[in-house]
Design a protein around this ligand. Sequence first.
Ligand code: 5GP
Length: 122
Amino acid sequence: MAYDSNNIFAKILRGEIPCTKVAETEHSLAFEDINPQAPTHVLVVPKGAYVSQHDFADKASAEEVKDLWQCVHAAAEAKGVALTGYRSISNHGADSHPDVPHYHVHILGGRPLGRMVRSESP
Ligand code: 5GP
């Protein structure tokens, strides 16, 4: 899948759409999700043009990969969920139901999140 530079996170990165910034590192930005699914719901995106985590893992430099996870760390510290716990999720491909085709890590926390996969799931 080719990268679409008109996606909403590309516009946020270019400053064309506002966001509530949580943390920023050299190659990554963390901001509040517009439709939070938990008391803490932050998105962490690389500044580079990557469609998904699968694309990022294939093409990003080691420096970008390290930086992205340092930004996750900084965002979790800033939101206070490093102590209480949080979940990081990233969707790739049709079965995961992604909405925005720019790689992002969801950080969810601020309450007990339950089991990640229900026990009745295969
Ligand atoms: P996905 O389903 O692609 O993994 O997650 C996309 C996330 O982006 C959703 O949680 C959605 O609420 C969030 N989102 C969509 N549009 C915007 C926006 O304009 N601003 C912000 N901050 N988040 C957005």
